[in-house]
Design a protein. Structure first.
Lengths: 149, 702
């Protein structure tokens, strides 16, 4: 199976019903996307497919062929952090940070769709991402700041 | 006859085990390489042994700091990072005393071969215990370096000072970098109690909001949690699970699974597992295993509170003074209530995970746990091999909240690895985490109290069935008291949780306080202040009331509630404002003041406090483990609701800094006051007294 991840072509031998998340993590050594719930409700596994945020844990890898997949590892350009990563780094919202990749990916998708969201729009858009340490207020602050940057 | 309650590892906070292995100076430098180190001993009496070759028992060393021959500072502590950001706060403390930037320090945490023995990271012990010890050790090391420079320059130590990783003499302008001083040395010193500590008002690094160590690794996905590790030749393991708690295996047919390419089945009595080259194949193999189980009747959530009462042991007195019965008989204002507390789950976002590798008779395990040395002991017991053959490494982990005191995945991975000769990774699914980890205890709490017309508590009787004795005593003055804990053999696996059992005890106590205040029509803040002696608790209560505007005019139809509590040196008071409509309860605003001594990192402290309160809001409003006849029936994040972005109200956190007091942990106490505050606010708005946790389990309606 041919996959295009972070601008690179990969050839993997997996059955089409394997989840995209397992494929990324176990076959492509891209472990930035995390397993949290396995049913698409916590957002830790969020990746972008053709620019749209997708829960990779419930996405069969077979459905992602010939599509542009971007994971947290693909956000940096020429060794420079994506502006959203940079703001999260400066705002320092995380505790255990296991949710961080999913939060960053969801925030990137939100800001592409809506470059200057209100706080309510941020909350609505991020509602499907869980931070069990409950650092939500600081994450909203970081996204607001990214929007202004 | 009284039945002894069995203690499991997750209930470890209740007992201690003797230790066996030891450390010598020779072994120390074999591990560390040359340089200078200061080891922190628990008792000054044995500190002298460090300089000799006498073995020093592991449990006598708490931590050490080492500067190698290149001047690189490494701190070794058995404490672990699970999201409390102690990697950052401990680094700050050491950097401050050693006069080096935080970037010059590496912390090795929770590696049984490298770090000193540590009972575990729980009970908010790191900040009050490890932090001052490391501070002393770093100051001692700084003084050793100054002495060495003084000897080199044949001058007095008093004319020298440490700055920027160097010892400098300002009069001559001479300087020596730490690495130049440590070159070719093998010096191990005990902590010098006389080494002067930098007073907190002179702090330049400690006390500041230093960002999370290695923060970039987390926003780029580079940090390797245990579940991310991949070793050469590693395979993926899965375990066959019982259909219900208490079920035993009758027979198993693994023939079909065995025939799958790449799959190996491991059978060892009740333990049946598979390994495969990837997790999908391992999962498919599990489906092909046909197991027959014998189930036995188990309690259900429907009757759990009756069950706990009926199966309780005799009460163990936690405090008895005066005679409560006499007072109740003669008092006009007596309030009797019962509170039901449901089991709740920790739901660490990273489920249990481990990688196990055998090399001959040596076992190395990477595992997400709050007690790496405890897991080492579990492995020692399981395989009957010397502890020195077992290395447990704990990568910074995707949270615990008291829910990862054990090493289930480590034991499972190690069994599969031993049987197959492969390196095996086991990562629990969310469903496994819900079904086979342990919970915060359920409980029944009965409270009876008497209060005089002018608001003095005269008698206080408190019975806790199963939910734990931590925080059971009341900080309020009551001349007559009878406080008892009634242990029960819990039908569900239960253990530690944030703030231990005190979420339940504080809930019941504070609800009773609010209701007593209501019954005699006294303001609940004044009522508490009148019956409180503890100045720290009074201060946070006053600070919260002030910031909240407790005595200011209120919005009609809104409800207001307040509560306070303390745990492990942390003091919290929380006030909330809610709106209750026919359809829902909306938390509009939370104000909380928290004090835990001298603040080491304001930003991370605020994050701990705010996160703790919001997590507590989940347990207050809707979190509950549902179970029927031994089966957990909501074992998924879609069916077990946790707080999300939209649940967060307007929040104000006041951090009370007390430079005169030792710093304490912040990961526990802030969780205790939110539930009773919300319950009082709902009562204020709707007149409904909700005497269970969660308060509104069936959705948002009160």
């Amino acid at each position: 199976m041919q996959l295009q991840v972070n601008g690179k072509e990969y050839s993997v031998e997996v059955s089409g019903n394997t989840s995209l998340l397992s494929t990324l993590r176990e076959h492509l050594a891209l472990t930035g996307s995390k397993y949290g719930c396995g049913e698409g409700v916590c957002g830790a596994c969020t990746v972008l497919i053709n620019g749209v945020p997708v829960r990779s844990c419930i996405t069969p890898v077979g459905s992602t062929q010939n599509k542009d997949i971007v994971t947290i590892e693909g956000l940096e350009e020429n060794g420079k952090l994506h502006p959203v990563q940079q703001t999260f780094l400066e705002e320092d919202p995380f505790q255990c940070a296991y949710c961080a990749s999913g939060m960053v990916m969801s925030a990137v998708a939100l800001l592409r769709r809506n470059p200057s969201p209100s706080r309510q729009e941020i909350v609505d858009s991020m509602q499907s991402n869980v931070c069990r340490c409950c650092t939500y207020p600081a994450i909203v602050d970081a996204i607001s700041k990214s929007a202004k940057a | 006859m009284e039945k002894e309650v069995i203690l499991y590892p997750e209930q470890y906070e209740l007992f201690e085990k003797p230790l066996k292995s030891s450390l010598t100076r020779r072994r120390f430098f074999h591990l560390m390489g040359g340089g200078i180190a200061v080891a922190l001993t628990i008792s000054d009496g044995i500190a002298g042994a460090i300089n000799g070759e006498d073995p020093l028992a592991d449990d006598l060393i708490a931590a050490w700091i080492h500067i190698n021959e290149k001047g690189i500072v490494t701190v070794y502590t058995g404490k672990v990072e699970v999201g409390q950001n102690i990697r950052t706060s401990l680094t700050q403390i050491v950097a401050e005393e050693l006069r080096v930037p935080v970037a010059a320090i590496e912390l090795i945490m929770g590696d049984t071969s490298l770090t000193p023995y540590d009972r575990g990271t729980y009970g908010s012990l790191t900040t009050p215990n490890m932090s001052p010890q490391l501070r002393k050790a770093a100051a001692s090391l700084r003084e050793v370096l100054i002495e060495m420079a003084a000897t080199t320059w044949k001058t007095s130590a008093g004319s020298l000072k440490a700055a920027d990783g160097k010892i400098v003499q300002s009069s001559s302008g001479k300087s020596l970098a730490y690495g130049e001083l440590t070159k070719g040395k093998k010096i191990l010193k005990p902590v010098n109690d006389k080494a002067p500590l930098t007073p907190s008002d002179k702090w330049k690094i400690a006390g500041k909001s230093i960002p999370k160590m290695n923060g970039k690794d987390f926003v780029t996905g580079k940090h390797k949690y245990t579940s991310d590790l991949s070793l050469q030749g590693m395979v993926y393991g899965k375990i066959v699970r019982a259909p219900a708690i208490g079920a035993t295996l009758v027979s198993v047919d693994t023939s079909k699974a065995k025939s799958l390419p790449g799959v190996t089945v491991v059978e060892d009595k009740d333990f049946v597992g598979v390994i495969a080259p990837d997790s999908q194949t391992a999962e498919s193999a599990l489906w092909e295993i046909k197991a027959e189980w014998k189930v036995s009747p188990q309690p259900s959530r429907d009757n759990i509170f009756t069950y706990l009462k009926e199966n309780a042991q005799a009460g163990k007195s936690e405090n008895t003074q005066g005679n409560v019965e006499t007072i109740f008989a003669s008092s006009k204002n007596v309030l009797t209530q019962s509170f039901n507390i449901n089991y709740i789950a920790h739901v660490p976002l990273e489920p249990r995970a481990a990688v196990a590798q055998w090399e001959g008779s040596n076992l190395t395990v990477w595992v997400g746990t709050q007690r790496p040395f405890g897991v080492q002991e579990q492995l020692e017991e399981l395989f009957r091999i010397p502890k020195n053959n077992i290395r447990v490494i704990m990568p910074d982990t995707g949270s615990g909240y008291g829910g990862k005191h054990t090493g289930e995945a480590a034991l499972e991975a190690a069994r599969l690895a031993k049987a197959t000769g492969k390196t095996v990774k086991v990562v629990w699914t969310r469903e496994e985490e819900f079904k086979w980890a342990y919970f915060r205890p359920a409980g029944v709490i009965e409270v009876k109290s008497a209060v005089s017309e002018d608001g003095v508590i005269t008698a206080w009787e408190f019975h806790n069935y199963n939910s734990g004795s931590s925080g059971i005593r009341t900080p309020y003055s009551a001349e007559n008291q009878k406080i008892e804990f009634h242990p029960v053999e819990s039908p569900l696996r239960q253990g530690s949780y944030r703030a231990l059992a005190s979420t339940a005890n504080v809930f019941a106590r504070e609800c009773q306080m609010n209701d007593m205040a209501n019954s005699i029509k006294i303001d609940p803040v004044q009522f508490r202040l009148k019956n409180l002696k503890d100045e720290r608790l009074k201060n946070v209560l006053k600070a919260t009331a002030e910031a909240f505007g407790w005595s200011k005019p209120r919005t009609k139809d809104h409800g207001y509630g307040i509560a306070c509590g303390f745990e492990k040196g942390g003091y919290i008071a929380t006030a909330v404002e809610v709106q209750v409509t026919s359809a829902e309860v909306r938390i509009l605003r939370i104000v909380a003041a928290f004090e835990c001594g001298k603040i080491i990192n304001p930003r991370h402290l605020k994050s701990q406090v705010s996160g703790c309160i919001l997590q507590g809001m989940g347990g207050a409003l809707f979190e509950a483990v549902d179970f029927k006849n031994g089966k957990i029936i909501n074992p998924s994040l879609a069916n077990y609701r946790v707080p999300r972005f939209a649940d967060v109200p307007e929040m104000e956190i006041i951090l009370v800094d007390r430079p005169d007091l030792v710093s304490s942990g912040a990961g526990e106490a802030p969780i205790v006051a939110i539930a009773p505050a919300i319950r009082q606010a709902i009562f204020d708005a709707s007149g409904k007294t909700l005497n269970q946790l969660p308060l509104i389990p069936n959705g948002l309606k009160a």
